[in-house]
Write a protein that binds this ligand. Structure first.
Ligand code: ADE
Ligand code: ZN
Length: 326
């Protein structure tokens, strides 16, 4: 269709992508087999059948189970390479990728196995696919701040290759304030800071992410529209929101795509951006997120281009590299 051609034609940046959430069932079964791991599902179809979620936690429970088949550096490499070739085909030219070290180190996989597999695929994509990247390690917020400190410690040998830290997993009951100290320590090590906030949690969590964690972007941030003073703050400080529309529908953050707040956010002048979050679980990569949002909200070409420009603006590319894309 004409709309699909427009979206394909726009060079895009993906700033909110969990590499473990790009684990397609086909690859999961393949890696499980070579690692002699039996999945709780007897076929790709029955696994896909389980991808019906009522909230964030129901998704996370499956996402952590899926990640358990990742054992060797090659597994992390194959996972990351599959994602990069997929988005390359969708005209994505820059990615800022989350990985969750604790999901793996808590199972006895060493930090360097996880890091090396992901890093080697990102470097290959930079060389061969001309995709620039930044890498963001995310602390799991359902675990303690002390555990996050251990992860920070483990990351230090690689800190010149890891550009930022994030905060993800179960939001309700795990406010940003729980991680103030480790975010301060992460900034002191030179990491840039982001956090998931206001996905399921209230707008007060977005305030905390700004005031206590000092993040430079908010991941999701859907709930900011509940609070006019917060919208003013986001406008004044030019804080971008990395929205994930198909994720929001899949996790019932909204009941249907027509309710997605991104159009309202653009109208208010907020730096709204669109990404895929966990594309293997939520039914689409970047193009599908742009397409379903555009269709449901009647976004025009200039709005779609604004979304793409916003993502480059909000990215961690140098000013000169941003210029090339805007
Ligand atoms: N981990 C992976 N995807 C996530 C999401 N959308 N929210 C919180 N944690 C996550
Ligand atoms: Zn996310």
């Amino acid at each position: 269709s004409a709309l699909k051609k427009i979206i394909q034609g726009i060079p895009k940046a993906e700033l909110h992508l969990h590499i473990e959430g790009s684990f397609e069932p086909e690859l999961m079964f393949k890696i499980a087999k070579r690692n002699n791991i039996t999945l709780a599902y007897d076929s790709i179809a029955s696994l896909k059948e389980a991808y019906k979620f009522n909230n964030l936690q129901e998704f996370l429970d499956l996402y952590y189970i899926g990640a358990q088949v990742l054992i060797h550096e090659q597994d992390f490499y194959d996972l990351t390479w599959a994602y990069l070739t997929k988005v390359h085909s969708q005209n994505v030219v820059h990615v800022e990728v989350f990985f969750d070290p604790q999901t793996h180190t808590d199972r006895g996989i060493s930090f360097d196995v996880v890091f090396n597999g992901i890093f080697k695929a990102l470097e290959k994509a930079k060389e061969e696919l001309n995709i620039s990247y930044q890498l963001i390690m995310s602390y799991l917020r359902h675990l303690s701040e002390e555990e996050a400190f251990k992860t920070l410690e483990s990351s230090l040998p690689y800190k010149q290759y890891i550009h930022g830290v994030g905060l993800d997993s179960s939001e309700m009951g795990n406010p940003p304030s729980k991680f103030s100290k480790v975010f301060k320590a992460s900034a002191d090590e030179g990491y840039k800071l982001v956090a998931h906030a206001g996905e399921e949690g209230p707008s007060t969590y977005i305030w905390e992410a700004l005031d206590l964690l000092k993040v430079v972007r908010i991941d999701h941030g859907n709930r900011c529209l509940d609070d006019e003073a917060l919208v003013e703050r986001l406008l004044k400080e030019k804080i971008a929101l990395t929205l994930c529309p198909l994720s929001n529908v899949a996790l019932k953050v909204i009941q249907k795509m027509e309710e997605h707040p991104v159009a309202k956010m653009l109208d208010k002048g907020l730096i709204a951006t669109i990404h895929s979050d966990d594309p293997a679980y939520f039914g689409g990569y970047m193009n599908e997120n742009y397409y379903e949002t555009a269709k449901a909200l009647n976004l025009n070409k200039s709005q779609l281009m604004q979304l793409a420009i916003n993502a480059f603006e909000a990215s961690w590319l140098s000013a000169a590299r941003k210029e090339e894309h805007i």
